[in-house]
Design a binder for this molecule. Structure first.
Ligand SMILES: NC(=O)C1=CN([C@@H]2O[C@H](COP(=O)(O)OP(=O)(O)OC[C@H]3O[C@@H](n4cnc5c(N)ncnc54)[C@H](OP(=O)(O)O)[C@@H]3O)[C@@H](O)[C@H]2O)C=CC1
Ligand SMILES: N[C@@H](CC(=O)OP(=O)(O)O)C(=O)O
Length: 353
């Protein structure tokens, strides 16, 4: 699939966001502004439904236009945030026009010619002239920030994850549904689920992706397994995972058990994570204060705590922990912007050489 563009990304680049009106697209725009990422100009693209709207960037009101092939002419970096179907249709067009594509969808993540990147884990795999770079599934992205830090010290032999995924993982429509269904329930009104398959207010349910009839795993779980293996470069790593949708508006949580090849001291794990890039320790046993979605929301770092030996493994080789990350940021927009910033740094280094 990948036909790498030949030139380096210039600084400041011309940027486009496809799906700019969605929850991820809006966060990409906000991240670019908040981080002061160099940008020459920005083209905001979405479906015909949103053409004519405006979004604000650094105090200016920028128009949203309908995506079309010609919109990628002269663009250096395109963030795709509009789902796999749109990425499959337009990402090759953008790459062919000379842009580097940072794709938030699942369309190309398992294509061996497309790098699948979490900068803290495998950022060194970013090549300055890649045509398409894939941004992972949000659970895989958040988990691998923590796992890569551990993997650099100790070899990992097995993983088990249980997720508690927020409405924001389902996009703007799922967030609206959680708000509206909760308000209806509190008012004693009926509410028919629409964006989600089950009642969302004061309830939780197995992740809303399709279930594979043979394995019993749903699509989200299979993505977490495949993508985590790929990012960690451990293609056969045994991983068990159960993904659950919970009535939290924003930020995903993960109960994670990591089995190592040998005995690892809990304090060493804590010390390692305390100094890991993109990670913040929230691990206060005395006050029972551990990671929570309410405290992860809006944060760039992944919060980690409840670090303890997993008593379910009689060998003592397994460490359990609890993680919360704002998946609209580290699981999507922030990760994508970090990839773009790395491309700019590589281009600048090349120019200086
Ligand atoms: N939400 C999350 O936590 C994460 C999401 N992702 C990925 O990011 C992508 C976007 O998700 P999210 O922001 O949550 O979704 P939203 O539903 O909030 O937004 C979807 C966006 O895509 C646009 N869009 C839809 N159809 C088309 C089309 N035919 N042509 C052009 N634009 C279109 C919409 O535009 P319009 O307003 O005009 O309808 C809107 O801007 C998906 O690929 C998702 O898998 C990845 C990691 C995490
Ligand atoms: N992982 C998101 C859904 C999503 O956007 O997944 P992906 O980017 O892997 O298609 C969720 O919470 O449901």
């Amino acid at each position: 699939m990948n036909a790498p563009v030949s030139q380096f990304v210039p600084e400041p680049p011309v940027v486009a966001i496809v799906g700019a009106t969605g929850v991820v697209g809006r966060e990409v725009l906000q991240c670019l502004e908040d981080r002061g990422t160099p940008v020459a100009s920005i083209r905001l693209l979405a479906s015909a439904r949103s053409a004519g709207q405006t979004l604000s960037f650094k105090g200016a009101h920028l128009p949203v236009e309908e995506v079309a092939d010609h919109q990628f002419d002269g663009v250096n970096i395109v963030f795709f945030c509009a789902g796999a179907t749109v990425s499959r249709r337009y990402a090759p067009v953008a790459a062919k026009a000379g842009a580097v594509v940072v794709d938030n969808s699942s369309a190309f993540r398992m294509d061996p010619t497309v790098p699948l990147i979490v900068p803290e884990a495998n950022g060194s795999q970013i090549v300055p002239h890649a045509g398409i770079i894939a941004n992972p599934n949000c659970v895989a992205a958040i988990a691998t920030v923590v796992l890569a830090a551990l993997q650099r010290c100790w070899s990992i032999s097995r993983l088990n994850l249980v997720t508690y995924q927020s409405a924001s993982g389902g996009g703007a429509a799922a967030m609206d549904e959680l708000r509206d269904a909760t308000s209806a329930k509190l008012n004693g009104d009926d509410y028919a689920p629409n964006a989600m398959p089950h009642p969302y207010a004061f309830n939780l349910f197995s992740h809303n992706s399709d279930v594979d009839g043979e394995t019993g795993y749903n699509g989200e779980e299979l993505k977490v397994i495949e993508e985590t293996r790929r990012i960690l470069s451990q293609p056969k790593l045994p991983i068990g995972v159960t993904c659950v949708r919970v009535p939290v508006l924003r930020a995903h949580s993960i109960a994670l058990s990591v089995r190592f090849d040998h005995f690892v001291d809990v304090e060493q794990v804590r010390a390692r994570l305390e100094n890991a890039p993109g990670v913040r320790l929230v691990d206060d046993r005395d006050s029972n204060h551990f990671p929570m979605p309410s405290e992860a929301t809006g944060e760039y770092d992944v919060l980690v705590g409840r670090i303890r030996r997993d008593l379910g493994d009689p060998t003592g080789h397994t460490i359990a922990m609890f993680i919360c990350g704002d998946q609209l940021l580290k699981g999507a927009a922030l990760n994508a912007v970090q990839i773009a910033e790395t491309l700019l740094a590589l281009g600048a280094a090349q120019e200086a050489a």
